[in-house]
Design a binder for this molecule. Structure first.
Ligand code: NAP
Length: 253
């Protein structure tokens, strides 16, 4: 029996865990940060709450005799990805990463690049705008620096505390989001700018595609740098790479 630890918090991590967990000769554990109050049911045993930095993760990998570490965290979970690479180095446990490719600009997209959430808010400029803010619970508060805009804020988890700006409304929702629904949302709310992370993937691309159709500006926060580890872009590729790393073939054939 070979043991895999998947660092998750993404749809892809859950799908990957399901695929690898279905192998007869592989024991998979999925690790979550533990911040989501109603996590989706997971297909394999879950550990939650973190490891106490790179050293803690390295110890965990050795003590549990993990054969392969897979970083399938969100592209913006920069600390966890850095810790994973360092823990792999310290422990000698092999590591691969599953990271969905970033969205690429299409002709007709009105994209403005921002280095971070504060830069994205600053890029809105001095005149009041109607903004669809989809930065996530942890970064939404960057909007407090520009209280003259009107914000429609969508997040999976509630934004607590609320923004201090005078005009903000909140939508709680979890993707995937359909392009047609996002188009209606943007149009019905008179949105003229979207602020989002360049997360990549299909689940949250609906607003980007809708903005393209409506000619709305998208201010996209660039991804943080990722550590230099073997990286796959899809669940299929990650399954193949994981099994190859363990010297196995899919379904134990
Ligand atoms: P982060 O800043 O990179 O990590 C902060 C700390 O949280 C880590 O040092 C680690 O604690 C713990 N942690 C993060 N991911 C973990 C995991 N999968 N398993 C166990 N511990 C984890 O992470 P973040 O940006 O706050 O993201 C937290 C989680 O939400 C991640 O699982 C990520 O995949 C998911 N997520 C993030 C975003 C985003 O935009 N950042 C979006 C969607 C989903 P210790 O040092 O104690 O190990």
């Amino acid at each position: 029996m070979r043991s895999i630890l998947i660092l998750g918090g993404t749809t892809e991590a859950r799908l990957l865990a399901g695929r690898l967990g279905a192998q007869a000769d592989v024991a998979v554990t999925l690790s979550l940060a533990g911040r989501t109050r109603m996590p989706v049911t997971m297909p394999v045993p879950v550990v939650s709450g973190g490891f106490g930095g790179a050293d803690g993760l390295a110890r965990w990998l050795v003590e549990r005799r993990i054969d392969l570490l897979i970083d399938a965290t969100h592209p913006f979970a920069a600390i966890m990805s850095r810790n994973a690479a360092e823990a792999s180095r310290q422990s000698g446990v092999r590591m691969i990463a599953l990271r969905r490719p970033a969205w690429e600009r299409r002709p007709g997209d009105r994209w403005t690049d921002a280095a971070d959430p504060a830069g994205a808010i600053a890029a809105l400029g001095p005149n009041p705008r109607r903004v669809f803010l989809a930065l996530g619970r942890q970064e939404a508060h960057a909007a407090n620096a520009a209280p003259w805009h009107d914000y429609l804020v969508r997040s999976v988890e509630p934004i607590e505390p609320r923004l201090t700006v005078p005009s903000a409304r909140y939508i709680l929702d979890r993707g995937p989001f359909a392009q047609a629904d996002d188009l209606a949302l943007l149009r019905d709310n008179g949105i003229d700018a979207i602020i989002a992370k360049n997360s990549g993937g299909a689940a949250s691309y609906g607003k980007i595609a809708a903005a393209h159709d409506l000619g709305i500006e998208v201010i996209l926060v660039a991804r943080p740098p990722a550590p230099d580890v073997p990286t796959l872009g899809t669940v299929d590729e990650a399954v193949a790479a994981a099994l190859h790393a363990l010297g196995l073939t899919e379904r134990g054939e």
